[in-house]
Design a protein around this ligand. Structure first.
Ligand SMILES: Cc1cc2nc3c(=O)[nH]c(=O)nc-3n(C[C@H](O)[C@H](O)[C@H](O)COP(=O)(O)O)c2cc1C
Length: 195
């Protein structure tokens, strides 16, 4: 399997401090020939934070991928019936999106895209970034670890002494996780030391 053969849905959610690191990896995927179709949560589409203005993030996403951004449930829905994506990468994945996914809630474009894609029995890769991964969301993480066609970018505690419940995926492992997931396997080791 080569990246150049892949059509990747990139589903971006509101871990605003992680957007830059994710976009850097996505740029590499595109440079290696993958076609990346961006999808953003309503939160990413509309929230200005101290990490940047939403309009600037959207412009950057469009520049990197060269594609229009899917920003509504209506625009994400055809991913099911048309089945044009090979794989969906949710990166970064918030605790909010993780929890909704684990509980079958579909109230936004990212969740709609994932639901539509899973219906086609195709792989979804999640790159978590949440301060409650070992807290309130640990149960949802555990649930999704055991769901068919869902894979995780290896993750670890990013600041074990300061933020005891925080988990963050190692974004530099995105490419290898995608390629492994396309073979129906979880990239190992899944649990990695913080950097
Ligand atoms: C500046 C800022 C940074 C945030 N970073 C994170 C984060 O790293 N992880 C997370 O799970 N939520 C984070 N949040 C909270 C989410 O944005 C919030 O839960 C939102 O409802 C997520 O919606 P979405 O999952 O649909 O994108 C952050 C919020 C703000 C304002």
């Amino acid at each position: 399997m080569r990246l150049a053969d892949l059509k990747i849905g990139l589903a971006v959610t509101g871990s605003h401090c992680t957007l830059e690191a994710v976009f850097k990896e996505v740029e590499k995927l595109v440079q290696e020939g993958a076609t990346v179709y961006p999808i953003v949560s309503e939160n990413v589409a509309a929230t200005d934070t101290r990490f940047g203005r939403s309009a600037d993030w959207l412009r950057e996403l469009k520049r990197i991928t060269g594609q229009e951004i899917i920003q509504s449930i209506t625009d994400a829905e055809p991913i099911g019936p048309q089945s044009w994506l090979d794989i969906i990468l949710v990166a970064p994945c918030t605790g909010n999106t993780l929890a909704k996914l684990a509980n079958g809630i579909t109230d936004g474009p990212v969740l709609m895209a994932v639901k539509a894609h899973l219906r086609n029995q195709k792989p979804v890769v999640i790159a978590i970034s949440t301060n409650d991964g070992l807290g309130m969301n640990a149960k949802n993480l555990g649930l999704l670890l055991n769901v068919k066609n869902i894979y995780f970018v290896p993750f670890g505690q990013d600041a074990p002494m300061m933020k005891q419940q925080s988990l963050v995926a190692h974004m530099d492992r995105i490419k290898d996780t995608l390629l492994r997931a396309m073979e129906g396997k979880q990239l190992q080791p899944l649990l990695v030391e913080h950097k």
